[in-house]
Unconditional design. Structure first.
Length: 197
């Protein structure tokens, strides 16, 4: 399995984004030394795509597959793409406050700690649907790890399309998110322009 091992803060600096979108509270003290070069249109489009891939932890081939799927759905391609990325199981676990960072959410899913509608699912890219109940399995609920996670994520805002139940380490997908409810700093129209060339 391919893994992105780029230092997170360094990558955030180069993409010009805040690490808080990944669930990381640290700030880098270094300034990015970049010459005042004019970035081409292609450069801007590529940066937006890299940003989306980095935030959601998706590599190039699966990202291209998401784009192909989004273009077959009804509605705007860019919005569909963001909704597909947002409804990945690892992202939903992160949004519900059951993990401190998106990478930790992915690991929790990978290690078979998550149940979707009572069935164990260990595929981070599993797409949740309206009405799905996501919870941490009974055996893991008493682990110290989850007590620590809840302490850290207690003040985090949960999106309106999710209904959290943090005491029982579970949450319900009330409805599919709209683009307005997805607070990632990505201009998806540039990604659509990049792929439609």
């Amino acid at each position: 399995m391919a893994v992105d091992r780029v230092p997170v803060l360094k990558r955030c600096r180069s993409l010009g984004m805040d690490p808080i979108y990944l669930g990381i509270d640290k700030k880098s003290n270094r300034e990015l030394k970049r010459a005042n070069r004019k970035v081409s249109e292609y450069g801007l489009q590529l940066r937006e795509k890299q940003k989306a891939k980095f935030i959601y932890g998706v590599l190039e081939k699966p990202f291209r597959n998401y784009y192909a799927k989004a273009s077959k759905m009804n509605g705007m391609v860019g919005t569909n793409l963001m909704i597909l990325l947002e409804t990945r199981l690892d992202n939903v676990v992160f949004r519900l406050g059951l993990a401190r960072t998106r990478k930790e959410a992915r690991q929790i899913v990978d290690h078979k700690h998550v149940l979707v509608n009572g069935k164990r699912v260990n595929i981070p890219s599993y797409l949740v649907k309206t009405g799905d109940v996501i919870e941490i399995r009974e055996k893991s609920k008493s682990a110290q790890r989850y007590k620590d996670i809840l302490e850290v994520t207690a003040g985090r805002m949960v999106p309106a399309w999710l209904e959290p139940d943090q005491e029982n380490l579970r949450g319900t997908v009330k409805e599919m998110p709209t683009r307005d409810e997805i607070d990632v700093p990505v201009n998806e129209m540039l990604i659509v322009e990049l792929y439609s060339k």
